[in-house]
Design a protein around this ligand. Structure first.
Ligand code: ATP
Ligand code: MG
Length: 249
């Protein structure tokens, strides 16, 4: 079997009495979209934060490209090629679309933006940013203030920011959130092509997108993975139907 690009091994995280992650082991393989679904509060974002380095697990490890990265922070993991989009937008709203993309290419933290002004004139960063904007279809908006973009365009810009780092894997927390049908379909089509560049761990409530895209789906309930399998296996899994999909399935 091919080596997974990204994996968690027995990740456990508690917040007081709440076990947000309970011995979670899952992996992301080359070329695939692995969707992580589950009800609100199931622990999806908490797991993503441990994978990306915002939170340290109480137990368990995270490996990325065969390296144990459990002790590394978000910046170190991003430098290794872990690309990410957030459930809540991390864009600098007052800055232009191009500035946000250049900042992403510089690997800078949003909060330290003023320190990174010189990055805006760096030619290679600018070229990487422009290429990423072109790929998500935002070239015409390079000089637009980010706050003026539609919700869907901001989601596209977040993907562009992640793309500037030429990631070896993507981790996306609800990229379809707040998008209308058309916006979701556009992003779905784009993610479908993106998987060949780097595999995607996709947290998403939009079941149309999940069932259109996912090679494998893992279902998280109360911090535990109750099932992992292909679309058909998940659709017909009795525990999943009971715990999560309900009458929808
Ligand atoms: N920093 C924190 N401190 C205390 N409890 C937390 C913290 N972060 C998350 N939790 C709790 O951990 C559980 C999992 O939350 P998490 O945000 O990971 O769920 P989620 O699956 O991403 O939900 P949603 O679908 O609503 O985004 C919840 O019970 C939540 O209240
Ligand atoms: Mg969440």
């Amino acid at each position: 079997m091919t080596e997974p690009v990204l994996a968690t091994h027995g990740i456990t995280k508690r917040f007081g009495a709440v076990t947000a992650s309970e011995e979670v082991s899952l992996d992301l393989r080359p070329g695939e979209i692995h969707a992580l679904i589950g009800p609100n509060g199931a622990g999806k974002s908490t797991l993503i934060k441990q994978i990306c380095g915002n939170l340290r697990p109480d137990a368990g490890t995270v490996t990325f490209l065969s390296a144990d990265v459990t002790a590394e922070d978000t910046v170190a993991r991003a430098r290794r090629g872990l690309g990410r989009t957030f459930q809540i937008s991390a864009l600098a709203m007052e800055d232009t679309v191009l500035q946000n993309a250049v900042l992403g290419a510089a690997g800078a933290s949003r909060r330290a933006f003023s320190l990174w002004r010189p990055a805006l004139t760096d030619r290679s960063l600018r070229a990487a940013a422009e290429e990423a904007l072109e790929r998500v279809g935002l070239s015409d908006y390079a000089a637009t203030r980010t706050a003026e973009l539609s919700h869907g365009q901001r989601r596209q810009l977040e993907v562009a920011v992640a793309l500037t780092l030429k990631p070896r894997a993507f981790v996306m927390d609800e990229p379809m959130a707040g998008l209308g049908t058309e916006g979701s379909q556009t992003l779905t089509a784009f993610l479908d092509t993106l998987r060949h560049e780097a595999p995607i761990l996709l947290v998403e409530h939009d079941m149309d997108a999940v069932f259109a895209l996912a090679d494998r789906i893992s279902v998280l309930v109360y911090g535990r993975v109750i099932a992992t399998g292909d679309r058909e296996a998940i659709r017909t899994d009795p525990a999943v139907r009971e715990a999560y999909l309900g009458e929808e399935a």
